[in-house]
Design a protein around this ligand. Structure first.
Ligand SMILES: [Zn+2]
Length: 430
């Protein structure tokens, strides 16, 4: 009995109606059709009441299915269909959302995994391995700025001292807030006890970008997640009067930064990479003064470590060259970096096979956005992901949407993938 894709669409719609709020903004579509009623944005911010409500509802969708449901020391919600062995395949994503985000980001993967679990139970045959659906806690990091909290705890990459002092917009500390949800930072890493039982991991997600739609594709297998190198560039010039100092005599850090931003875009195009100037701060930001200081962030992403290294070197030489020409001081400070994630070749092949069979096109691509699957993969667990398209390439907004037929195709393909992973996992255990 294969998974029922229509059930997943119905569950997604029910979750949307239970945990959304009216938002100001342009009208939205749902399942690719104009929605009746006011535009709704998701309210499932991690560690808040709507998020808890979403999880309670989620647990109730397993009524009549002999699953074990428990929450681990990091707040991850596990639903396990036991098999002959405790070793498990994990189907994970997240129910939490950014404020006024979309109805599919994360929820698609969790609810598709749930339906695959119910379908495996309907088969009426004992599984050789266990299968768990996990709702990873606080994937988005939208409240405290630390993404991948729960999956990072299981992977062992969560730095407790770094997260302890994080505060939300209301000034509340992360440690106090998670404690109200039964999570103590002292013991959070014991969530990793489950790690040795995980044989493989898979995640279905929306693309959140424009590439599939632009190419007319309905499904993709992922071979990895782009690595990130993020820097803050700080330029020091000399503030002066806008009417008294001729242009050739100025040391204008904003002009230098603008030239650098254009060159950084060229650098990205040259390497077929993503390069983004995001933060942009000028001081003193007065209409009648040349700025004295300017700082901007640079986010650089690529699937190849070698290309990332070339981007880091390229950025440094752009900054050095233009800073010298504009006679401003320059510093390039590291903000964050993560190595590219490469998914397991066998699982990528399986995913590409089901994508080809279901959609007619064998399409394999990397993900630019981070996902919980990155934590699984980099902690050594064989992992793979699949994407369905995002309408207009948009996500993290209330108008995020995917055509109903594409959601259903994704669920059916994900079911196929899991059924190929089970014997593969067994073979690895023997
Ligand atoms: Zn997500």
């Amino acid at each position: 009995m294969p998974a029922d894709p229509a059930r997943v669409v119905a569950d997604l719609l029910e979750l949307r109606s239970l945990t959304s709020q009216p938002v100001e903004g342009i009208p939205q579509t749902v399942c690719g059709r104009p929605s009746d009623g006011p535009p709704l944005g998701s309210a499932r911010l991690a560690w808040t009441e709507p998020w808890v409500r979403a999880r309670e509802w989620f647990a109730s969708t397993f009524d009549g299915v002999p699953v074990a449901i428990d929450v681990d020391a990091a707040g991850n919600l596990w639903v396990t269909l036991p098999g002959a062995r405790p070793d498990r395949i994990v189907l994970g994503s997240h129910l939490d959302s950014v404020p006024n985000g979309g109805w599919l980001d994360g929820c698609l993967g969790v609810l598709a995994g749930a339906e695959v679990l119910r379908a495996l139970h309907r088969d009426g045959v004992e599984l050789p391995v266990s299968v768990s659906v996990v709702d990873w806690a606080d994937e988005e990091g939208a409240r405290f700025g630390r993404s991948l909290f729960g999956s990072g705890a299981v992977a062992g990459t969560l730095d407790i001292d770094a997260v302890r002092g994080l505060v939300d917009n209301a000034g509340r500390e992360l440690g106090d807030v998670v404690s109200e949800h039964g999570v103590e930072l002292e013991t959070v890493l014991t969530a990793g006890d489950v790690h040795s039982s995980i044989v493989a991991s898979a995640e279905l997600h929306i693309e959140q970008g424009p590439l599939l739609e632009a190419a007319g594709l309905r499904l993709a297998a992922l071979h990895g997640i782009l690595g990130v190198e993020r820097r803050m560039v700080r330029l020091q010039g000399q503030a002066c009067h806008a009417g008294a100092t001729p242009i050739p005599l100025r040391r204008d850090p904003t002009v230098a930064a603008a030239r650098m931003a254009v060159a950084i875009r060229e650098l990205g195009l040259e390497h077929d990479a993503f390069t983004t100037v995001g933060v942009w701060r000028v001081h003193p930001s007065v209409a009648t003064a040349v700025n004295g200081r300017t700082e901007f962030s640079v986010d650089m992403r690529h699937l190849s470590r070698g290309v990332l290294d070339a981007l880091v070197d390229g950025l440094q030489s752009i900054v050095d060259t233009i800073a010298a020409e504009e006679r401003v001081g320059a510093e390039v400070d590291p903000l964050w970096s993560i190595d590219p994630i490469v998914f397991h070749p066998d699982l990528v092949t399986f995913a590409a096979d089901v994508v080809e069979r279901r959609s007619g096109v064998r399409h394999v691509m990397p993900s630019g956005p981070m996902h919980d699957s990155a934590e699984m993969a980099r902690s050594g667990i064989p992992t793979v992901m699949m994407f369905v398209p995002s309408l207009n390439g948009l996500s993290h907004t209330h108008i995020e949407d995917t055509a109903e037929a594409d959601i259903e195709l994704g669920v059916a393909a994900f079911d196929d993938l899991v059924r190929r992973m089970i014997p593969w996992a067994m073979a690895r255990l023997d």
